[in-house]
Design a protein around this ligand. Structure first.
Ligand code: C2E
Ligand code: CA
Ligand code: CA
Ligand code: CA
Length: 278
Protein backbone atom coordinates (compact mmCIF):
# COMPACT_ATOMS: atom_id res chain seq x y z
CA UNK A 1 0.00 0.00 0.00
CA UNK A 2 1.24 3.45 -0.87
CA UNK A 3 -0.72 5.54 1.50
CA UNK A 4 -1.23 5.37 5.20
CA UNK A 5 -3.60 8.27 4.96
CA UNK A 6 -6.96 6.68 5.61
CA UNK A 7 -5.75 4.13 8.12
CA UNK A 8 -3.69 0.97 8.20
CA UNK A 9 -6.43 -1.25 6.78
CA UNK A 10 -5.09 -0.51 3.34
CA UNK A 11 -2.36 -3.02 4.00
CA UNK A 12 -4.81 -5.90 4.04
CA UNK A 13 -6.72 -7.58 1.29
CA UNK A 14 -10.42 -6.87 1.58
CA UNK A 15 -11.28 -10.27 3.03
CA UNK A 16 -8.45 -10.08 5.55
CA UNK A 17 -9.24 -6.62 6.71
CA UNK A 18 -9.52 -6.73 10.47
CA UNK A 19 -12.90 -5.79 11.76
CA UNK A 20 -11.47 -3.58 14.45
CA UNK A 21 -9.78 -1.33 11.88
CA UNK A 22 -12.90 -1.11 9.78
CA UNK A 23 -14.72 -0.02 12.86
CA UNK A 24 -12.06 2.57 13.66
CA UNK A 25 -12.30 3.81 10.09
CA UNK A 26 -16.05 4.27 10.29
CA UNK A 27 -15.71 5.95 13.64
CA UNK A 28 -13.14 8.38 12.26
CA UNK A 29 -15.42 9.16 9.34
CA UNK A 30 -18.31 9.71 11.71
CA UNK A 31 -16.35 12.42 13.45
CA UNK A 32 -16.39 14.57 10.33
CA UNK A 33 -19.81 13.53 9.12
CA UNK A 34 -21.65 16.17 11.13
CA UNK A 35 -19.67 19.07 9.69
CA UNK A 36 -19.91 17.54 6.21
CA UNK A 37 -23.67 17.44 6.75
CA UNK A 38 -23.95 13.76 5.93
CA UNK A 39 -26.63 12.98 8.49
CA UNK A 40 -30.26 13.27 7.48
CA UNK A 41 -33.58 12.67 9.13
CA UNK A 42 -36.28 10.54 7.57
CA UNK A 43 -39.83 10.79 8.85
CA UNK A 44 -42.46 8.12 9.34
CA UNK A 45 -46.13 9.14 9.61
CA UNK A 46 -48.14 8.44 12.74
CA UNK A 47 -51.88 8.00 12.27
CA UNK A 48 -54.73 8.53 14.69
CA UNK A 49 -57.11 5.57 14.50
CA UNK A 50 -60.25 7.48 15.44
CA UNK A 51 -59.92 10.26 12.88
CA UNK A 52 -57.73 8.31 10.43
CA UNK A 53 -55.62 11.42 10.16
CA UNK A 54 -51.88 11.95 10.19
CA UNK A 55 -51.03 13.46 13.55
CA UNK A 56 -47.29 13.55 13.23
CA UNK A 57 -44.11 11.77 12.35
CA UNK A 58 -41.15 10.10 13.97
CA UNK A 59 -37.76 11.47 12.95
CA UNK A 60 -35.32 8.65 12.21
CA UNK A 61 -31.63 9.13 11.68
CA UNK A 62 -29.80 8.14 8.48
CA UNK A 63 -26.18 8.60 7.47
CA UNK A 64 -25.67 9.46 3.82
CA UNK A 65 -22.18 7.98 3.57
CA UNK A 66 -20.14 9.12 0.54
CA UNK A 67 -18.95 5.55 -0.21
CA UNK A 68 -21.38 3.19 1.48
CA UNK A 69 -24.59 4.98 0.59
CA UNK A 70 -27.51 5.44 2.95
CA UNK A 71 -26.68 3.82 6.29
CA UNK A 72 -29.35 2.76 8.76
CA UNK A 73 -28.97 3.43 12.49
CA UNK A 74 -28.25 -0.24 13.17
CA UNK A 75 -24.96 0.02 11.29
CA UNK A 76 -23.58 3.07 13.09
CA UNK A 77 -25.56 3.90 16.21
CA UNK A 78 -23.60 1.46 18.38
CA UNK A 79 -20.34 3.07 17.31
CA UNK A 80 -21.76 6.51 17.91
CA UNK A 81 -22.76 5.56 21.44
CA UNK A 82 -19.40 3.93 22.22
CA UNK A 83 -17.48 6.98 21.12
CA UNK A 84 -19.87 9.45 22.68
CA UNK A 85 -20.51 10.97 19.25
CA UNK A 86 -24.16 10.19 19.75
CA UNK A 87 -24.35 13.31 21.92
CA UNK A 88 -23.55 15.89 19.20
CA UNK A 89 -25.33 13.78 16.57
CA UNK A 90 -28.51 13.64 18.56
CA UNK A 91 -28.22 17.31 19.41
CA UNK A 92 -28.13 17.94 15.69
CA UNK A 93 -31.12 15.63 15.15
CA UNK A 94 -33.18 17.41 17.78
CA UNK A 95 -32.44 20.81 16.28
CA UNK A 96 -33.01 19.59 12.75
CA UNK A 97 -36.37 18.02 13.63
CA UNK A 98 -37.51 21.22 15.34
CA UNK A 99 -36.32 23.33 12.43
CA UNK A 100 -38.20 21.09 10.00
CA UNK A 101 -41.32 21.04 12.15
CA UNK A 102 -41.39 24.83 12.39
CA UNK A 103 -40.85 25.11 8.63
CA UNK A 104 -43.70 22.70 7.85
CA UNK A 105 -46.03 24.64 10.05
CA UNK A 106 -44.98 27.93 8.43
CA UNK A 107 -45.63 26.33 5.05
CA UNK A 108 -49.17 25.50 6.11
CA UNK A 109 -48.82 21.76 6.54
CA UNK A 110 -50.68 22.11 9.82
CA UNK A 111 -49.90 21.20 13.38
CA UNK A 112 -47.74 18.12 13.17
CA UNK A 113 -46.25 16.40 16.17
CA UNK A 114 -42.61 15.51 15.58
CA UNK A 115 -41.10 12.71 17.65
CA UNK A 116 -37.36 12.56 18.29
CA UNK A 117 -35.48 9.60 19.78
CA UNK A 118 -33.25 10.33 22.73
CA UNK A 119 -30.31 8.14 23.60
CA UNK A 120 -29.91 6.93 27.19
CA UNK A 121 -26.28 8.05 27.12
CA UNK A 122 -27.26 11.52 26.13
CA UNK A 123 -29.85 11.63 28.82
CA UNK A 124 -27.29 10.94 31.49
CA UNK A 125 -24.49 13.14 30.19
CA UNK A 126 -26.31 16.21 29.12
CA UNK A 127 -28.86 18.43 30.65
CA UNK A 128 -31.68 17.43 28.36
CA UNK A 129 -33.87 20.30 29.43
CA UNK A 130 -31.43 23.01 28.34
CA UNK A 131 -30.78 21.13 25.12
CA UNK A 132 -34.49 21.03 24.36
CA UNK A 133 -35.06 24.62 25.45
CA UNK A 134 -32.29 25.80 23.13
CA UNK A 135 -33.63 23.81 20.19
CA UNK A 136 -37.12 25.21 20.71
CA UNK A 137 -35.85 28.75 21.14
CA UNK A 138 -33.59 28.81 18.09
CA UNK A 139 -36.13 27.17 15.79
CA UNK A 140 -39.33 28.66 17.15
CA UNK A 141 -40.96 25.25 17.07
CA UNK A 142 -44.09 24.90 19.18
CA UNK A 143 -43.15 22.97 22.34
CA UNK A 144 -46.43 21.06 22.41
CA UNK A 145 -45.62 19.69 18.94
CA UNK A 146 -42.36 18.16 20.11
CA UNK A 147 -42.36 14.63 21.46
CA UNK A 148 -39.35 12.92 22.95
CA UNK A 149 -39.09 9.14 22.79
CA UNK A 150 -37.22 7.49 25.60
CA UNK A 151 -36.62 3.84 26.33
CA UNK A 152 -37.50 2.05 29.51
CA UNK A 153 -33.82 1.92 30.42
CA UNK A 154 -33.75 5.68 30.93
CA UNK A 155 -36.71 5.51 33.28
CA UNK A 156 -35.52 2.59 35.33
CA UNK A 157 -32.58 4.22 37.05
CA UNK A 158 -33.82 5.72 40.27
CA UNK A 159 -32.40 9.02 39.27
CA UNK A 160 -34.24 11.98 40.75
CA UNK A 161 -32.41 14.28 38.35
CA UNK A 162 -34.05 12.60 35.39
CA UNK A 163 -37.46 12.81 37.00
CA UNK A 164 -36.88 16.52 37.61
CA UNK A 165 -35.70 17.10 34.03
CA UNK A 166 -38.77 15.39 32.69
CA UNK A 167 -41.04 17.55 34.76
CA UNK A 168 -39.29 20.63 33.39
CA UNK A 169 -39.81 19.32 29.85
CA UNK A 170 -43.42 18.64 30.69
CA UNK A 171 -43.86 22.19 31.97
CA UNK A 172 -42.58 23.46 28.63
CA UNK A 173 -45.37 21.53 26.95
CA UNK A 174 -43.13 18.87 25.43
CA UNK A 175 -44.60 15.35 25.50
CA UNK A 176 -42.80 12.14 26.41
CA UNK A 177 -43.34 8.66 25.10
CA UNK A 178 -41.90 5.30 26.13
CA UNK A 179 -40.38 3.56 23.12
CA UNK A 180 -40.33 -0.21 22.57
CA UNK A 181 -42.68 -0.63 25.47
CA UNK A 182 -42.85 -4.15 26.82
CA UNK A 183 -39.42 -5.28 25.72
CA UNK A 184 -37.20 -3.75 28.34
CA UNK A 185 -37.98 -4.63 31.90
CA UNK A 186 -40.64 -6.32 33.89
CA UNK A 187 -40.86 -3.58 36.48
CA UNK A 188 -43.68 -1.18 35.80
CA UNK A 189 -43.23 0.96 38.89
CA UNK A 190 -41.40 3.65 36.93
CA UNK A 191 -44.49 4.52 34.92
CA UNK A 192 -46.03 6.37 37.82
CA UNK A 193 -42.94 8.41 38.59
CA UNK A 194 -42.65 10.11 35.22
CA UNK A 195 -44.87 12.64 33.45
CA UNK A 196 -45.48 10.40 30.42
CA UNK A 197 -47.95 10.85 27.56
CA UNK A 198 -47.65 7.80 25.42
CA UNK A 199 -46.64 4.15 25.34
CA UNK A 200 -45.30 2.82 22.05
CA UNK A 201 -46.01 -0.88 21.75
CA UNK A 202 -42.94 -2.59 20.36
CA UNK A 203 -43.32 -3.91 16.85
CA UNK A 204 -42.38 -7.46 17.88
CA UNK A 205 -45.80 -7.79 19.54
CA UNK A 206 -47.59 -6.22 16.60
CA UNK A 207 -45.89 -8.52 14.14
CA UNK A 208 -47.13 -11.64 15.95
CA UNK A 209 -50.65 -10.31 16.50
CA UNK A 210 -52.33 -12.57 13.99
CA UNK A 211 -50.41 -15.74 14.76
CA UNK A 212 -49.65 -15.74 18.46
CA UNK A 213 -52.47 -15.47 21.01
CA UNK A 214 -50.02 -14.32 23.67
CA UNK A 215 -49.01 -11.36 21.50
CA UNK A 216 -52.64 -10.31 21.33
CA UNK A 217 -52.93 -10.68 25.10
CA UNK A 218 -49.86 -8.50 25.63
CA UNK A 219 -51.06 -5.84 23.21
CA UNK A 220 -54.48 -5.79 24.85
CA UNK A 221 -52.88 -5.51 28.29
CA UNK A 222 -50.61 -2.63 27.27
CA UNK A 223 -53.54 -0.73 25.75
CA UNK A 224 -55.64 -1.25 28.89
CA UNK A 225 -52.77 -0.35 31.18
CA UNK A 226 -52.05 2.80 29.19
CA UNK A 227 -55.66 3.90 29.25
CA UNK A 228 -56.10 3.25 32.94
CA UNK A 229 -53.06 5.46 33.55
CA UNK A 230 -54.44 8.11 31.15
CA UNK A 231 -51.73 7.48 28.60
CA UNK A 232 -52.13 7.34 24.84
CA UNK A 233 -51.04 4.11 23.18
CA UNK A 234 -49.35 3.89 19.78
CA UNK A 235 -48.56 0.61 18.06
CA UNK A 236 -45.50 0.53 15.85
CA UNK A 237 -44.52 -1.82 13.06
CA UNK A 238 -47.99 -2.17 11.57
CA UNK A 239 -47.52 -3.87 8.21
CA UNK A 240 -50.80 -5.60 7.53
CA UNK A 241 -54.46 -4.74 7.33
CA UNK A 242 -55.30 -7.53 9.76
CA UNK A 243 -52.97 -6.07 12.39
CA UNK A 244 -54.56 -2.69 11.90
CA UNK A 245 -58.04 -4.14 12.31
CA UNK A 246 -57.09 -5.89 15.54
CA UNK A 247 -55.45 -2.78 16.97
CA UNK A 248 -58.50 -0.75 16.06
CA UNK A 249 -60.87 -3.16 17.74
CA UNK A 250 -58.65 -3.23 20.84
CA UNK A 251 -58.95 0.55 21.13
CA UNK A 252 -55.38 1.47 20.24
CA UNK A 253 -55.08 5.24 19.73
CA UNK A 254 -52.41 5.59 17.07
CA UNK A 255 -50.37 3.49 14.67
CA UNK A 256 -47.21 3.72 12.65
CA UNK A 257 -45.71 1.25 10.20
CA UNK A 258 -44.91 0.16 6.66
CA UNK A 259 -48.63 -0.44 6.03
CA UNK A 260 -48.95 3.34 5.83
CA UNK A 261 -45.45 4.40 4.92
CA UNK A 262 -41.81 3.62 5.50
CA UNK A 263 -39.68 6.40 6.93
CA UNK A 264 -39.14 8.81 4.02
CA UNK A 265 -37.16 12.01 3.38
CA UNK A 266 -38.60 15.29 4.62
CA UNK A 267 -39.95 16.54 1.29
CA UNK A 268 -41.57 13.18 0.55
CA UNK A 269 -43.13 13.23 4.02
CA UNK A 270 -44.61 16.68 3.39
CA UNK A 271 -46.10 15.42 0.13
CA UNK A 272 -47.42 12.30 1.85
CA UNK A 273 -49.09 14.36 4.55
CA UNK A 274 -50.65 16.82 2.12
CA UNK A 275 -52.03 13.95 0.05
CA UNK A 276 -53.64 12.30 3.04
CA UNK A 277 -56.68 13.98 4.42
CA UNK A 278 -55.98 15.75 7.66
P1 C2E B 1 -37.17 2.79 16.91
O1 C2E B 1 -37.14 4.09 17.62
O2 C2E B 1 -37.90 1.67 17.53
O3 C2E B 1 -37.72 3.15 15.46
C1 C2E B 1 -38.57 2.32 14.75
C2 C2E B 1 -37.80 1.47 13.76
O4 C2E B 1 -38.69 0.54 13.17
C3 C2E B 1 -37.22 2.27 12.61
O5 C2E B 1 -35.99 1.66 12.21
C4 C2E B 1 -38.28 2.10 11.53
O6 C2E B 1 -37.78 2.27 10.22
C5 C2E B 1 -38.71 0.68 11.77
N1 C2E B 1 -40.07 0.43 11.31
C6 C2E B 1 -41.10 1.29 11.26
N2 C2E B 1 -42.22 0.70 10.81
C7 C2E B 1 -41.88 -0.59 10.55
C8 C2E B 1 -42.61 -1.72 10.04
O7 C2E B 1 -43.81 -1.67 9.74
N3 C2E B 1 -41.92 -2.89 9.92
C9 C2E B 1 -40.60 -3.00 10.26
N4 C2E B 1 -40.00 -4.17 10.09
N5 C2E B 1 -39.89 -1.94 10.73
C10 C2E B 1 -40.52 -0.76 10.87
P2 C2E B 1 -34.69 2.53 11.93
O8 C2E B 1 -35.06 3.80 11.24
O9 C2E B 1 -33.72 1.60 11.27
O10 C2E B 1 -34.19 2.90 13.38
C11 C2E B 1 -33.71 1.92 14.24
C12 C2E B 1 -33.51 2.47 15.64
O11 C2E B 1 -32.46 3.43 15.68
C13 C2E B 1 -34.71 3.21 16.19
O12 C2E B 1 -35.66 2.28 16.66
C14 C2E B 1 -34.08 4.02 17.30
O13 C2E B 1 -33.91 3.24 18.45
C15 C2E B 1 -32.73 4.33 16.72
N6 C2E B 1 -32.71 5.72 16.20
C16 C2E B 1 -33.17 6.18 15.03
N7 C2E B 1 -32.98 7.52 14.93
C17 C2E B 1 -32.39 7.92 16.08
C18 C2E B 1 -31.94 9.18 16.60
O14 C2E B 1 -32.07 10.26 15.98
N8 C2E B 1 -31.37 9.17 17.84
C19 C2E B 1 -31.22 8.03 18.56
N9 C2E B 1 -30.66 8.12 19.77
N10 C2E B 1 -31.66 6.85 18.12
C20 C2E B 1 -32.22 6.77 16.89
CA1 CA C 1 -38.53 5.45 18.43
CA1 CA D 1 -39.69 1.67 18.81
CA1 CA E 1 -36.30 -0.18 18.69
Amino acid sequence: AKSLGGGTWRFFAADMRPRASQTAQLQAEMRGALTRREFVLFYQPQIDLRSNKVVGGEALLRWQHPQHGLLMPASFLGLAEESGLIVPINEWALNEACRQGALWEAEGLGELRIAVNLSPIQFRRQGVESLVKDALRTTGFRPTSLELEVTEGILLGHDEQIVTQMHVLRSLGVTLSVDDFGTGYSSLSYIRRFPLHRLKIDRSFVQDLGSDPSALAIVRTIIDLGHILHLQVLAEGVEEESQLALLRSEGCDEVQGYYFSRPIPADAFATWVSEHER
